[in-house]
Design a protein around this ligand. Structure first.
Ligand SMILES: [Cu+2]
Length: 143
């Protein structure tokens, strides 16, 4: 009897473990109902260890981390133009992400990893194009 209960508990723990790491998709698009040159969705909240696949839905885009806008200890990443890139988010905090060709047009997004309600210190202090700053602000308010 005890053995059966223990077995069931172990199985459910394993199932819970398997469900913990989630995979998300973000589409890089020429247009959405939010306007031209967008990541869709504009923001995501994920758990540590989750992955996000940046899908080249339209041509001419990439996804890369913005200098100075990732948590301490996190790895930078840079996807190639027109190519899908999958990123595993290993550090808690906020990641600013841009499409390099369309940074000036505000093609940015934010991935928040873990439970923090506000970005880490310095997140908004770097210089960036006005539309990119607006895009980051919009992304933060949509989290
Ligand atoms: Cu782009």
């Amino acid at each position: 009897m005890f053995r059966t209960i223990l077995g069931a508990t172990a199985a459910s723990i394993m199932l819970a473990g398997a469900a913990t790491a989630e995979d998300f998709e973000v589409h890089m698009m020429n247009r959405s109902d939010r306007g031209a040159m967008v990541f869709e969705p504009p923001s995501l909240r994920v758990a540590i260890g989750d992955t996000v696949k940046f899908v080249a839905t339209d041509k001419g885009h990439n996804a890369e981390s913005i200098k100075g806008m990732i948590p301490e200890g996190a790895d930078t990443f840079k996807g190639a133009i027109n190519e899908e890139v999958t990123v595993t988010f290993t550090e808690e905090g906020f990641y600013g992400i841009k499409c390099n060709p369309h940074f000036g047009m505000g093609m940015v997004m934010v991935v928040a990893v873990g439970d923090s309600a506000v970005p880490q210190d310095g997140f908004l202090e770097g210089r960036m194009p006005k539309k990119a700053k607006q895009g980051i602000d919009d992304a933060l308010s949509s989290l």
